[in-house]
Structure formats: structure tokens, C-alpha cells
Design a protein around this ligand. Structure first.
Ligand SMILES: C[S@@+](CC[C@H](N)C(=O)[O-])C[C@H]1O[C@@H](n2cnc3c(N)ncnc32)[C@H](O)[C@@H]1O
Length: 164
């Protein structure tokens, strides 16, 4: 009975998320490091990971002194994020990233998503750049945006600029 409940919870958490965004596939550790070659963070700037998985991008950023926020809808992964050190400056919220307001000091938004969700992410980014009245960079791993030209692309990453 308990095993069935655990299996059901895992199915709901890992399976049904595919209707809201990409399922969990982590960015490889060596690729995570490349994110920080794409943009040099200044003091007080924040990176946000939309769907932060186990939090590896946030921890890599935190080790470099960058402020971080991640949103994760899978409760198991949210707990994992909360447990793995370093936790200092790693702010992880159990939330649907399409329904949140990004922090006011956000500079870079990272996302590793799938083709069917890229339109929604593009709209969300434009809405947030206008709401915050500041330029934002989107770093997308894997998928490109269908209707926007990247500033640069390399090693599977594409970087986009959003103006207010
Ligand atoms: C492909 S994984 C990427 C994980 C992590 N960003 C990385 O690069 O290692 C996508 C993650 O987004 C989460 N996710 C999908 N849709 C979401 C949504 N609407 N709100 C919050 N998290 C979401 C999934 O649970 C999964 O952990």
C-alpha cells in the first residue's frame, strides 16, 4: 500500500509535469560551467532557473557569488534542492514558473525546456522585461526560441536579449 502510494506520488510528480513544462533531464555538469562563459555577472545580479531540477545551475552560480532563484514544480526535486549544499544564496521556490513574478534584480534567466513550451517562455520573458522595466537575458539550453534570433549560440546554448 505504502509502496503504491509512493509510486503514485512519483508518477504524478515526474510524469504529469510534462503537461506544464519539460520533464526532468539535468544539464550535464560540464555544460553547466559553460553558462558562466556566456555572461559575466556583476555584483548584485541574479540568475533565475525556470524549472531548476536538482538545483545544479543555482549551486554553480552561488559558488561564483551570483544571487540565485529557482522555481520547481516537482516536490521531490524541490526537496533535493533544499538539501544539497551549498545552500547559501540558493533560493528555491516550489512554484510554477509561468505564474510567478521574477525578482527585481534578475539579470539572466536560464531554461532547459522542450519545443512545445518555448513560445510560452518567450512570452513570459517579454512580459517580465516590461514589468521590471529592465533588459533581461535568456539562456536556453537545448531548444531555440521559434520566433526570435539569438545574440549568440554555442555548445547547445542560445542567448536572447529582451528589452522593456
Ligand atoms: C529539463 S529539466 C531542467 C532542470 C535544470 N534546470 C537543469 O538544467 O539541470 C526541466 C525542469 O523543469 C521543471 N518544470 C517543468 N515545468 C515547470 C513549471 N511550469 N514550473 C516549474 N518547474 C517546471 C521540471 O520538473 C524539471 O525539473
Amino acid at each position: 500500500m505504502i509502496v503504491s502510494l509512493i509510486l503514485l506520488a512519483l508518477f504524478v510528480s515526474f510524469g504529469l509535469i510534462a503537461f506544464r513544462g519539460a520533464p526532468y533531464v539535468p544539464t550535464l555538469a560540464r555544460s553547466v560551467e559553460k553558462i558562466f562563459n556566456l555572461y559575466t555577472f556583476k555584483k548584485g545580479e541574479r540568475i533565475v532557473d525556470l524549472g531548476c531540477g536538482d538545483g545544479r545551475v543555482l549551486r554553480a552560480a552561488s559558488r561564483r557569488g551570483v544571487l540565485t532563484t529557482g522555481y520547481e514544480l516537482n516536490p521531490f526535486l524541490w526537496v533535493v534542492c533544499k538539501l544539497i549544499p551549498p545552500r547559501r544564496n540558493v533560493d528555491v521556490r516550489f512554484a510554477d514558473y509561468l505564474r510567478v513574478n521574477l525578482p527585481t534584480d534578475t539579470k539572466v534567466v536560464f531554461v532547459f525546456s522542450a519545443k512545445p513550451f518555448m513560445h510560452r517562455i518567450d512570452r513570459k520573458m517579454q512580459t517580465e522585461a516590461s514589468r521590471l522595466n529592465r533588459e533581461l537575458l535568456l539562456i536556453s539550453y537545448g531548444e531555440r526560441l521559434p520566433a526570435r534570433e539569438p545574440l549568440q549560440s554555442s555548445d547547445g546554448f542560445s542567448v536572447y536579449n529582451y528589452k522593456p
